[in-house]
Design a protein around this ligand. Structure first.
Ligand SMILES: NC(=O)c1ccc[n+]([C@@H]2O[C@H](COP(=O)([O-])OP(=O)(O)OC[C@H]3O[C@@H](n4cnc5c(N)ncnc54)[C@H](O)[C@@H]3O)[C@@H](O)[C@H]2O)c1
Length: 331
């Protein structure tokens, strides 16, 4: 078993601990949070060793690996200190806020032969695994266009002064909350992005920042794509892939707050519509266990470092395009 310390015990760090309770591949052994009240509460609930500071957890020789689940601006420095302490690292999304930081983190990990884990658990959803299988099978013919939407008003009631509404920590509307999962999945279907154009505007009075994000993508493969992410509408998530022989569409009515099924529909050249429903599964556990297995030398992990880096390059290009109003190329 890989012995893990979870860094950050807020919403997501505590969700991760809950999701891994039944694991026989990883053992959540310790946890860190600067908020002592929260740290003591979660650690006594799950019988974990509590540390107030990351340095103390990194100095614990019984900790094999860390899961970084703190605000985005802390990922880079916590990742680098964990590397210096020779720990394996699973980092929550977004991996980093700039490609320069991401390169530094990845180069450091590669120099130590460390396999990086990344919190894009959606790749382990049954409906998305099946969607990718259909796309990769060639049944849709020549791929034309990806049309994705990830919208959720989850941040409307978040404190107005917290990091989630600070554009330095959470730039480009809902990109760091939701959109980075979508762009991660888009690149597994269409490959790397060549250029993109994005726009962020304010429409609803319910949100202090801009709430309507739209992005147009040109992938190097010649496929085009679009992503819409609205911060002030109820949960809506759709991923549609169009080819010249058919289309396939995933409608998610579930997320971690709403354990409902996902519905996959596809249509081939004969115009017959097929529908299949996928129950929600513990994808957080599937992702972390698959990373931990790879760390322990069993099997390979689904994410390459190139993809982890490229997803940060896409985020950076979106932020740059919003601010310049221009198309941004990714070299
Ligand atoms: N994979 C997913 O689907 C998913 C879902 C939600 C959040 N996340 C990611 O998880 C991360 C955390 O998000 P959250 O919603 O749990 O945030 P949060 O604000 O609820 O929790 C962050 C925690 O970190 C603690 N903290 C702050 N500074 C610290 C420090 N120096 N050392 C130790 N602890 C410190 C805070 O006290 C807090 O408890 C983010 O990267 C977020 O994007 C991922």
């Amino acid at each position: 078993m890989l012995k893990i310390a979870v860094i950050g015990l807020g919403w997501w760090g505590s969700t991760i601990i809950k999701c891994l309770q039944e694991s026989n591949i990883v053992e959540i052994y310790a946890a860190v949070d600067i908020d002592e009240k929260r740290g003591n509460f979660i650690c006594s609930k799950y019988n974990l060793r509590y540390y107030k500071n990351i340095e103390d957890a990194l100095g614990d020789i019984d900790v094999d690996a860390v899961i970084i689940a703190t605000a985005h601006g802390l990922h880079e420095e916590m990742f680098i200190s964990s590397l210096e302490a020779n720990k394996h690292i699973f980092c929550e999304k977004p991996f980093a806020l700039s490609s320069k930081a991401a390169k530094r983190m990845i180069t450091g990990a590669e120099s130590k032969g460390i396999i990086i884990g990344i919190g894009h658990e959606r790749r382990y959803e049954g409906a998305l695994e099946e969607l990718k299988r259909v796309v990769d099978s060639g049944k849709l013919g020549t791929l034309l266009h990806l049309e994705f939407n990830a919208s959720y008003n989850m941040m409307v009631n978040a404190p107005p002064t917290g990091w989630r509404k600070d554009p330095r920590e959470a730039p480009a509307g809902m990109m760091t909350a939701l959109g980075v999962h979508q762009t991660d999945f888009m690149q597994t279907l269409a490959g790397p992005v060549k250029s993109l154009n994005s726009q962020l505007i304010k429409r609803s009075d319910d949100f202090p920042n801009e709430d309507v994000l739209t992005i147009q993508f040109n992938f190097k493969s010649g496929i085009s794509g679009s992503l819409t992410s609205l911060a002030t509408t109820p949960f809506y998530q759709r991923m549609t892939v169009f080819g010249d022989r058919g289309w396939i569409e995933n409608r998610e009515i579930s997320n971690v707050d709403m354990p409902d099924p996902a519905r996959l529909m596809w249509c081939a050249i004969d115009n017959e519509i097929h529908t299949r429903t996928f129950k929600m599964t513990n994808t957080v556990r599937a992702n972390i266990e698959s990373w931990a297995s790879a760390v322990m030398g069993n099997g390979s992990y689904r994410f390459s470092n190139e993809e982890i880096l490229h997803n940060v390059e896409i985020l950076e290009a979106i932020v740059s395009s919003i601010s310049s109003g221009q198309e941004v190329k990714i070299s």
